[in-house]
Design a protein around this ligand. Structure first.
Ligand code: NAD
Length: 435
């Protein structure tokens, strides 16, 4: 008798993010009327590795940490996904995020499958040397399942280009030659791509403009409210204002939320954030040219577009009915709950889902991998032009699928993604009777 891949199918998860992904996935499957056997394959992860990572601390004592790498699918290409360092990392969360990566890559038609990894650790409690030892040891332990044509890590929560440089160095040393294609999100000097830092925010800006145009509105002067002012929100805000003439009415972070119904002065905000300790909004606008509001108030402001670009679960059944923007573009992952989504749909609010809206980052990661494989690097204009083309095409495909099937944009992207992965599995013949 065949051995099951894992003892507990994804379908039995207690993880709410995974449960939401699976229910969207299941309804896409029903609509596509695809083979139930293919669904069974896609509900499982392909490969899972759990390791205990020992390192010697700066004080000479041994510490151990749990680490994971999960590959959900390699049906459409090497699996791709970030590595996060956080105390809450566990196998369930990593599985959920790996599955989401398969769908995200397929949704924007990148030739990748999905993976995710992480270590259960609070990196703030480790020194730089301890973090380097932890990263190198983890890379060594999961190296047997990694590779530029097999599984390509990227930065995620609490990891960065330095983490990816250590990863790449460790695996390259093991192979005996420099292999930049092993990770993405690296420093530019080690094969990173121009335009990677701004990519997610730029993609969010492009998705916003596409959505406005679909509704026959001119982006010039469109009133936009943004939750967050970190990497994604900062670039989305500045690109929308500088390149498309949008009016940014409000932005926020953990320290404050600032609002001006006539539009914020972004250059002076940027100047403040750059100089302030922790790069926070706190202390901005002492001369009374902005209103200080709460993050909750920001979400329900009068505006054309709301971009939640901070953290998950911000638009819930409690505040969805009060949202006044007609368009929501999800810069963050999972900012809208399942129940809120239904309320927004009833109220005619159009949501550009995270899986599409914030895909700019993984698209430029794909460009980085392509450049690394060729050892031929593009300038910033080429990266931006290619990102623009890919985001616009992906938006158009999702829009067409949603229109054809009479569903919302989120379901449209899921239909595209599930269909692409299922067809790849079928064509490869994973389930043919002859194999
Ligand atoms: P970041 O850490 O640079 O910025 C997060 C921002 O949210 C900061 O301004 C922070 O102060 C604010 N914030 C945190 N907690 C908050 C709270 N409780 N209320 C209000 N604001 C709060 O992170 P980022 O890279 O900009 O990522 C933002 C979101 O986008 C996350 O959901 C992330 O998973 C998602 N995302 C990021 C990328 C990327 O390339 N950076 C790609 C895809 C998705």
């Amino acid at each position: 008798m065949a051995t099951p891949i894992q003892d507990k199918p994804l379908a039995e998860t207690q993880n709410s993010m995974l449960a939401t992904t699976l229910s969207l996935f299941d309804s896409a499957f029903e609509r596509l009327e695809l083979d139930e056997g293919i669904a069974a394959i896609m509900r499982q992860t392909e490969t899972e590795m759990a390791v205990t990572i020992p390192i010697v601390g700066d004080d000479g004592k041994i510490m151990t940490f749990k680490g994971y790498r999960v590959q959900h699918s390699s049906a459409r290409g090497p699996s791709k996904g970030g590595i996060r360092y956080h105390p809450d990392v566990d196998i369930e969360e990593v599985r959920a995020l790996a599955m989401l990566m398969t769908l995200k890559c397929a949704g924007v038609n990148l030739p990748f499958g999905g993976a995710k990894g992480g270590i259960s650790v609070n990196p703030a409690q480790l020194s730089m040397h301890e973090l380097e030892r932890l990263t190198r040891r983890f890379a060594k332990m999961i190296a047997p399942i990694l590779g530029g044509k097999r599984d390509i890590p990227a930065p995620d929560m609490n990891t960065n280009e330095q983490t990816m440089a250590w990863f790449m160095d460790e695996i390259s040393s093991r192979q005996g030659y420099y292999s930049p294609e092993i990770t993405t999100g690296k420093p530019i000097i080690l094969g990173g791509s121009e335009g990677r830092t701004e990519a997610t925010g730029r993609g969010v800006a492009i998705a916003t403009v596409e959505m406005l145009r679909k509704q026959g509105r001119d982006p010039e002067g469109a009133r936009v409210v943004i939750q967050g002012y970190g990497n994604v929100a900062y670039y989305a805000a500045n690109i929308l204002a500088d390149e498309y003439g949008c009016q940014i009415l409000a932005v926020s972070d953990v320290s404050d939320a600032i609002y001006n119904p006539n539009g914020l002065d972004l250059p002076s905000i940027n100047d403040h954030v750059l100089r302030s300790p922790g790069h926070l909004l706190q202390g901005y606008g002492q001369n009374g040219d902005v209103d200080h509001i709460t993050n909750a108030e920001l979400l329900t402001l009068e505006a054309d577009v709301l971009i939640p670009a901070a953290i998950e679960n911000q638009i819930t059944e409690k505040n969805a009915a009060q949202i006044k923007a007609q368009i929501i573009v999800e810069g963050a992952n999972g900012p809208t709950t399942y129940k809120a989504d239904a309320i927004l749909q009833d109220n005619g609010v159009v949501v550009v889902p995270d899986i599409l809206a914030n895909a700019g980052g993984v698209i430029v990661s794909y460009f980085e991998w392509v450049q690394d494989l060729q050892f031929f690097f593009w300038d910033i204009d080429e990266v931006r032009a290619r990102l623009h083309k890919k985001m616009s095409q992906s938006f158009e495909e999702a829009w067409t699928m949603a229109e054809t099937r009479g569903v919302d944009l989120r379901s449209g992207v899921y239909l595209l993604a599930v269909d692409r992965v299922a067809k790849a599995i079928q064509k490869r013949g994973f389930v043919s009777s002859g194999s």
